[in-house]
Write a protein that binds this ligand. Structure first.
Ligand SMILES: C[S@@+](CC[C@H](N)C(=O)[O-])C[C@H]1O[C@@H](n2cnc3c(N)ncnc32)[C@H](O)[C@@H]1O
Length: 288
């Protein structure tokens, strides 16, 4: 995984084609830059995008994203992805509050795959006695640790958080040991075949009747960073892609829909908690 660079990920070609088709059909419109830039200056953003484009792999890119912005209070990741992921963080909070139990009956072990800077890990701390937060990026998990050590939820729920820096495909987890697994903004990084392999691992790690929740959005509006970086890597200019990312919102990633349809979840029960799985909300599967 770490040997792969961005351009080997499957969606850049698709992205460039989508951008081209979108411009041909709609042209480009003006937009309010405040919405797109999440409060960062254009020079700060341009610099970041330039640096991102030079990174060779996901670890390097996320090491950059974990750096604090000039205000020193938040990371680039939280500043740029925070507003974009709000819908996901809230979605997980709501769905998990309905389906998992907090307090004395909470699950023994939960797992946050591709945990990043830990926003969802904090949610899981309320719902499990132990949380495994796994991510390829050490700097991202260091930010998460900083947050989970500080939050008062720790005082409320004495939750053990185990941080695992690893590529998910090399992660060793005891079979049938986890009550529920979540991922957010993670399937995006996997090819259809990798999604399939990952789901096999999820299935292996979960206890019988274990739950798996996933979210990967095609969210309207901002969607700045993901879209921006990818568009640039697909060979578009910074100005153009800023405009496009605003106009189109997130680009869609056909590979993961294909993976869901092609491989499905044989023997799993799908709870369609939202009308449009993958596009609009948290989706839950339960292992038989
Ligand atoms: C868009 S971020 C999502 C972070 C977090 N889940 C959230 O909701 O904010 C994607 C994360 O997946 C991690 N990641 C990507 N590929 C991975 C892999 N193969 N194994 C483990 N983590 C990976 C990245 O390092 C990054 O932190």
């Amino acid at each position: 995984m770490s040997e792969r660079n961005f351009s080997s990920l499957p969606y850049y070609e698709v992205l460039a084609q989508q951008a081209e088709a979108h411009i041909a059909e709609h042209g480009l419109k003006d937009f309010d830059k405040k919405d797109v830039f999440a409060g960062l200056s254009i020079s700060e953003l341009s610099q970041l995008v330039e640096h991102m484009a030079q990174t060779a792999n996901l670890e390097e890119a996320y090491a950059l994203m974990a750096l604090p912005t000039q205000d020193g209070k938040s990371t680039y990741y939280d500043r740029l992805f925070g507003p974009q992921h709000k819908i996901a963080y809230e979605g997980f909070r709501k769905v998990l509050a309905r389906t998992e139990i907090a307090g004395s009956k909470r699950a023994a072990v939960a797992m946050d795959v591709g945990a990043g800077t830990g926003e969802n890990t904090i949610t899981l701390m309320r719902l499990a006695q132990k949380v495994i937060a796994a991510d390829l990026s050490k700097p991202m998990l260091e930010v998460a640790k900083h947050k989970t050590d500080a939050v008062n939820v720790k005082a409320k729920f004495p939750t053990e958080v185990e941080y695992r820096v690893a590529d998910v495909f090399k992660l060793e987890v005891e079979p049938a040991s986890v009550d529920f697994i979540i991922d957010n903004g993670f399937l995006t990084y996997l090819s259809p075949m990798e999604i399939h392999l990952y789901w096999q691992k999820v299935s292996e790690w979960l206890k019988p009747k274990g739950r798996y929740y996933t979210f990967d959005k095609a969210q309207p509006k901002v969607g700045f960073f993901d879209t921006t970086l990818r568009a640039q890597l697909a060979g578009l200019s910074v100005e153009l892609l800023l405009q496009l990312s605003h106009q189109m919102g997130q680009f869609s990633y056909p590979p993961r829909y294909e993976a869901a349809e092609e491989y499905g979840f044989a023997g799993w029960k799908l709870h369609r908690l939202q009308e449009k799985p993958f596009k609009a909300g948290v989706v839950q599967w339960t292992k038989n």
